[in-house]
Design a protein around this ligand. Structure first.
Ligand code: HEM
Length: 142
């Protein structure tokens, strides 16, 4: 009987493959709404985990997970020094990834914008000065 339940759980766990689950995107705001012992989601390295069913089994205790519920727990997860086995287990609770662009990609894209527009602006300025000077000289000699 116990075996049957275990097999059933295994089959359910494989409902959606990692690729399919990773294509599900959640905003950080959406994740933050799942912040209780009855509904506990976490963000670890940009991935979203639903650990509600794991709370009672977590060797580090349920309270530490509940305290981080709805938040990015990457630092806490790394600081606990999880084993390779623990990292493999995470896949079972993976439900998707966070879809908001990181601040670094925002700053990258704005510096890319500057990098592309600055030479154009500089060329227009130089050209205006040259044309202006030529016209001014012509006017003076006329
Ligand atoms: C899906 C997410 C997680 C899984 C599957 C998981 C799994 C585990 C496992 C298997 C262990 C036993 C030790 C090991 O094998 O490394 C453990 C210990 C621990 N975990 Fe997690 N964990 C998760 C998330 C977290 C998070 C988010 C935190 C912190 C907020 C945390 C804090 C701890 C702590 C403090 C221990 C105890 C370490 C010790 O007593 O030596 N875990 N976890």
């Amino acid at each position: 009987m116990v075996e049957l339940v275990l097999i059933e759980e295994d089959v359910r766990g494989k409902d959606a493959g990692e690729g399919e689950r990773m294509s599900r995107k959640y905003s950080a705001t959406e994740v933050s709404e799942h912040n209780s012992a009855e509904d506990c989601w976490l963000i670890i390295q940009g991935k979203v985990y639903d650990v509600t069913k794991y709370l009672d089994d977590h060797p580090g205790g349920d309270q530490i997970l509940i305290a981080a519920a709805g938040e990015d727990a990457t630092d806490e997860f790394d600081e606990a020094g999880h084993s390779e086995d623990a990292r493999k287990m995470m896949d079972k609770y993976l439900i998707g990834q966070v879809d908001e662009p990181s601040t670094s990609s925002i700053s990258n894209s704005s510096s890319l914008f500057l990098y592309k527009t600055l030479p154009v602006v500089a060329s227009v300025l130089v050209l205006s000065v040259v044309v202006g000077t030529v016209l001014w000289r012509r006017k003076r000699t006329a």
